[in-house]
Ligand binder design. Sequence first.
Ligand SMILES: [Zn+2]
Length: 189
Amino acid sequence: MNHAQLTALGRALRVLGEHGESLSADTLDAKLHEVKDDLRRALDLLEETVTTAVPSTRCAEHPTGPVDESAPDLCLLCETRRRTARRAEFNGPAPQAPAAEPTPSRYGMRADRPQPQQRWLPELWNGQAWQLCGTPRRDRREAELFIAAQRRGPRPAMAYRIVHEFTDYEVLRVWGTPTRTDIEPLGNL
Ligand SMILES: [Zn+2]
């Protein structure tokens, strides 16, 4: 964005702000048309200014790559890589040529398998995206208590959620409504 664009966009956005301030039940249609024109002008200025594609993921490596809604960074490419790594971790090395069947144990098979690692990640909605807001917990109840405490805190976020991290991600519960808010308009121009 060059300086002229910045100045023009700042001016257009401030005009919109003033429209917002003066809006009331008595606002005339003529005024609303004026608002519409000013909105359109601001949008046109933005179109000219923003030349890059909207990032589809929060991944620094693949910002416009394919999306996996369930991935914490929305990146399908990285999520696939992580899933493969997790699976390899849980399943151990690829099975070798069929060896002799293990002798059945009277204690069952449980000890033969690695215990799966799972975590509950507390996340908050920052107005743009979900972000980790505390230490991942080994216990779901503990993560829920943590979020309950956050919600009672002095400056709670708009929404919280817990993500279950296992061999996959699953949103278990959402608190609040994650509405998308605009980035602060360019101030102090
Ligand atoms: Zn990625």
